[in-house]
Design a protein around this ligand. Structure first.
Ligand code: PLP
Length: 411
């Protein structure tokens, strides 16, 4: 809501990120690879150091003080993660990352698929929301269908409607494309999926870090994201699932912590959310994710979104004005991820020359090889923004692209 938004102060935010003070190839680091992973503020780094330095212990099992403190910190991070997406505590499962969250659903729900069932994904999925479904469908004899994208790089909603029918059991689609920056209309898709009796799963790896999220308002059945793309540490992610669905599902991994009672013959599983969390979890990671959520909430997710929208409009303006640059994805109403190619130059070469200037972007297929074939590109260069990026950094990237042309084509 425009009334509630405030311009975010990127220069004071930058002071919280120690890594932004370093140089790369003698130049100040310009980090524009946030769709791959984000940098971490001091508050997150300190929370992890504090855990290991002051109250390191295993969670859920100790009677002693340190274990109580660690359990309390870990579970209070879960509360924060639940509140962050408007989910219930029991509905918020900690995993390793978005990939594991999606695999958990694919295996647990996918086990129930059979011949004649259909699963619908889109052409713009990341491999982690694509390969698990492809493999489950192959194993179970179910059919995997792909919703097309249109010329602008948006989901073709007519094609989606055409893919849905009585046989559709699962629709699993990304909220924001990690290549095109497209924001998909997830509320609308939820309605369409539910109208034909299917479950709807949202890959929120590129939306949870960058915009307000509300699983109730979306109306999805499951939603997955990773901590490391939203200022938190690697090795921890979240799966939201509707309670009644999680209750009815088989665990994906078995072991300690997820049990209530074990005999030689059988096992009663623990209650939610721990039923899905076998073994010692990533305690430090959970605590760090809690600190990251606290940091983002202080800024306000509306403000995060507005800042990146401003940056991506600015960057698009600069890139689109160049005749030899092809920009992929919608020109409007998109997130802060921009894929492009310089005519006649490989994306890897663009990324390598920018690196010499201290600028980190990504070049390649971005874990979306089916989409690359759809775009008829072997790869793209990709710049992606976050709260600490500035217009000046985009200007620096644009000047460095001049250099790329000079070095590689003599233009
Ligand atoms: C990064 C990403 C994933 C996978 O995240 P991991 O942290 O590698 O598990 C899934 N989907 C999208 C859209 C992504 O950008």
């Amino acid at each position: 809501m425009a009334s509630g938004t405030m311009q975010l102060n990127a220069s004071s935010i930058r002071e919280d990120f120690p890594i932004l003070g370093r140089k790369v190839n003698g130049k100040p680091l310009i980090y524009l690879d946030n769709a791959a992973t984000s940098q971490k503020p001091r508050q997150v780094i300190d929370s992890i150091r504090d855990y290991y330095g002051n109250y390191n212990a295993n969670v859920h099992r100790g009677i002693h003080r340190l274990s109580e403190e660690a359990s309390e910190a870990y579970e209070s991070s879960r509360e924060k993660a639940a509140r962050f997406i408007n989910a219930g505590f029991e509905e918020t499962i900690f995993t390793k990352n978005a990939t594991e969250s999606l695999n958990l659903v694919a295996y647990s729900i996918g086990m129930q698929l059979g011949k004649g069932d259909e699963v619908v994904v889109s052409e713009m999925e990341h491999h982690s929301n694509f390969v698990p479904w492809q493999q489950i469908c192959l194993k179970k004899g179910a059919r995997l269908r792909f919703v097309k994208i249109d010329k602008e790089g948006r989901l073709d909603m007519d094609d989606l409607a055409g893919c849905l029918n009585r046989k559709t059991r699962i629709v699993s689609i990304t909220h924001v494309s990690n290549v095109l920056g497209t924001i998909n209309p997830v509320r609308e898709i939820a309605k369409l999926a539910h109208d034909c009796g299917a479950l709807f799963i949202v890959d929120a790896a590129q939306s949870a870090p960058h915009m307000p999220l509300d699983v109730r308002s979306i109306g999805c059945d499951f939603l997955a994201f990773s901590s490391h793309k939203m200022l938190g540490p690697t090795g921890i992610g979240v799966l939201y699932g509707k309670k009644e669905l999680l209750d009815s599902m088989q665990p994906f991994i078995y072991g300690g912590d997820m049990i209530r009672e074990v005999t030689f013959e059988s096992t009663r599983f623990n209650e939610l959310p721990w039923k899905f969390e076998a073994g010692t979890p990533n305690i430090a990671g959970g605590i760090g994710l809690g600190a990251a959520i606290g940091y983002l909430e202080k800024i306000g997710m509306e403000n995060v979104f507005e800042h990146e929208k401003m940056l991506s409009e600015y960057a698009l303006g600069r890139l689109l004005s160049e005749e030899d640059i092809k920009v992929y994805g919608p020109k409007k109403g998109r997130a802060g991820v921009i894929s492009f190619n310089l005519k006649g130059i490989h994306a890897h070469d663009v990324a390598a020359i920018l690196d010499q200037e201290g600028i980190a972007i990504r070049g390649g297929h971005h874990c979306a090889m089916p989409l690359m074939s759809r775009l008829e590109a072997s790869g793209t260069a990709r710049a992606s923004f976050y709260i600490y990026n500035t217009k000046q950094e985009i200007d620096a990237m644009a000047s460095a692209l001049e250099k790329v042309r000079g070095v590689l084509t003599g233009r």
